[in-house]
Design a protein around this ligand. Structure first.
Ligand code: PGA
Length: 244
């Protein structure tokens, strides 16, 4: 069975003072709890986590090392205490021009370092209104996930770009349609490993809407931005997931 995952993405937020909240997270609720802080805080957060929650990075370079100023190799995240890395978030696709091929190369690097890759995909509002959501999701999934994926090494995060940080969420029917589509595509390509791969929903998940979203079939948890910054909010989401 797929272990439910509540994953927090702190994005470009986070100070050492905020690490105090890590101890307040409800790590024993019955689902896996992951926080992905900025790289500067991974080592300190790993110490605070004391193994109760898992820690991840927000990006890695596709290469193992070398002359790439400002970049971080997957093995460095691992050394700092990370076991996961978020890859291909829509903000990185937009801010840094990351393509599906870039994300695929980074995923291979993450696997080489022994990290689980959380590969993000999702449509813009324009794509949704044009009725091309599933086409795009299929293309992103095929292009961003390399061959050889395993349930242990891969998590998919479905994050509609128009729902991220906006307070807007798709209907539960829309979430169900995309998650069913992703599950079928993973099973077609990876068989039982695809059945075991967790598929998260992301985009304006809050304590108030989490239970409804987690009741949707093939939603195995959430990737949470804003509501992961305060332990009280994130605990509301963790609690809803544990009960789902
Ligand atoms: P949000 O961000 O929860 O603030 O909408 C989600 C994400 O970008 O992962």
């Amino acid at each position: 069975m797929r272990r439910k995952l509540a994953a927090g993405n702190w994005k470009m937020n986070g100070t050492p003072a905020m690490l105090a909240g890590v101890g307040a997270l409800d790590a024993d609720a019955g689902c896996e709890v992951l926080l992905c802080p900025p790289a500067t805080l991974i080592a300190q957060m790993t110490d605070h986590a004391k193994g109760r929650i898992t820690v991840g990075g927000q990006d890695c370079h596709p290469l193992a090392g070398g002359a790439h100023t400002g970049d971080i190799a997957a093995s460095m995240l691992k050394d700092a205490g990370a076991t996961y890395v978020i890859l291909g978030h829509s903000e990185r696709r937009a801010d840094h021009g990351e393509t599906n091929a870039t994300v695929s190369a980074k995923t291979l690097a993450a696997w080489d370092a022994g990290l689980t890759a959380i590969v993000c995909i999702g449509e813009t509002l324009e794509t949704r209104e044009a009725g091309r959501t599933l086409d795009l999701i299929g293309t992103q999934l095929a292009g961003s996930v390399p061959d050889g994926a395993t349930a242990a090494g891969l998590v998919i995060a479905y994050e509609p770009v128009w729902a991220i940080g906006t307070g807007k969420v798709p209907t539960l029917e829309q979430i169900a349609e995309v998650h069913d589509f992703i599950r079928a595509a993973l099973e077609t390509r990876f068989g039982a490993e695809g059945t075991g791969t967790r598929v998260l929903y992301g985009g304006s998940v809050k304590p108030s809407n989490a239970a409804g979203i987690f009741a949707v079939p093939n939603v195995d948890g959430a990737l949470v931005g804003g509501a992961s910054l305060a332990a009280e909010d994130f605990n509301g989401i963790i609690g809803a997931l544990a009960k789902a």
